[in-house]
Design a binder for this molecule. Sequence first.
Ligand code: NI
Length: 468
Amino acid sequence: MPSAASSSTFPTPPADRGRSEAPIQARMMVTALPTLPHTLVRQQAAYKVVDRDVHLDVAVPQLPGAPGLNRQLRADADTAVRSFRRTLRREASKGPGRYHAMTVGWQVLGRSKQTIGIQLWVAQQHGLRVTIDRRTVWYDTSTRTVLTTRDLFTPAAWPAAQKAISGAVGQPLSGAGPVQAALADRGAPGGKAPAFGFTAAGDLAVTFGPHALPGDAGPVSVRLDGRSLDSRLSAAGRSARSAAGAQPVKATPPARVDCAKRKCVALTFDDGPGPYTAELVALLQQRKVPATFFVVGNRVALAPDLLAAVDGARMEVGNHSLKHDELTTLRAPDLKGDLETTSRVIAAVTGRQPDLLRPPYGSRNQSVDAASKQLGMAEVLWDVDTLDWLHADAARVQKAAVRRTRRGSIILMHDVFRTSVAAVPGIIDDLRRRGYTFVTVSQLLRQHPVPGRVYRQQGATRPTVRGG
Ligand code: NI
């Protein structure tokens, strides 16, 4: 520790004093952005085309007092649709029979009088090929401009910000490097401009799309510590951060639960995302109940914004195959491709490859076990089957869930049924009254789901049990 004498002999040079000179803390980290309720936006521009082989579902928000933003969002949707139609024409020349779908969905990232932040999801399916791109549009209503990452910073701070981002991405800044090029992109769907937004802690999250940087890295996310940004954000940047509802304080981490000591139970929801997923996430969040969602890849492609809402609410997300096929009927290469594509689609939204697989119908064999192991996923079955798909009756589903639950149980439900979602508040109340703590599957397995192993409740079965 320096003595008072030494610090007075060698006074700190002014340049090193103020906190504005502390380096910007940046690290590579997947960050779910908090979103605001959809109901903040009353209007959207939407159209839908559905026929046998083509499914096109486009919706972008339209906000009063932001004509420039509205134009930009419609233009983004149009650009995406044009690219989709180009692909359709190319594919048509290869012959008929493949399924093509595009969905454009949205979420609100920030909303104040001055600044509006919108996240757009553009998902495409061409046969078994699925891609999901994310784009954010931040709009300053006073200057009527769409903001880039650069606009968030004061001109003096931008070089340091750029350097911090490049450093965290792992590509040292050298001339017009790829990170700089992407940061300089004014942004268009499919372009290189990163998506960005603020966390509840006031950190800035910057995500480069799968094609923005060289190599096959997939999306790359960097998080810049909010405290090191305070004096460096421009007026527009500060306004965007406050529009996101961000306070420059540390977010409280999710509660740690020790399931060796507590009576834990995991709620799991399969087959979504679907029409009732958003409602379910909202009611789980209100009650501070974490849960695990096993999602179907091609349904994620039809509703990436819903999966983003699931992930943003800190729910756990697992793989439930691409098309809900019985995996034991697929040939080995198809099986692996199916699960791989699904994990990639999930990662395009959440930034993380899932480490849990629930095979549809719980149907598995050695090939499924092997593929699951190879792709780094544990197989998660259940010990409490509510049979909610059979009995579309909330009271009956509630009773089934509560009666059969033991310490360490994994409860199977489906969020694609209204009656299942309606049963959830009652299940939560009943099980809490009986002393249960709700956790995700990974928490229940004490964070260590082993790839290729099969779990039906807390604690594992042997690695390759046939049947099930
Ligand atoms: Ni299922």
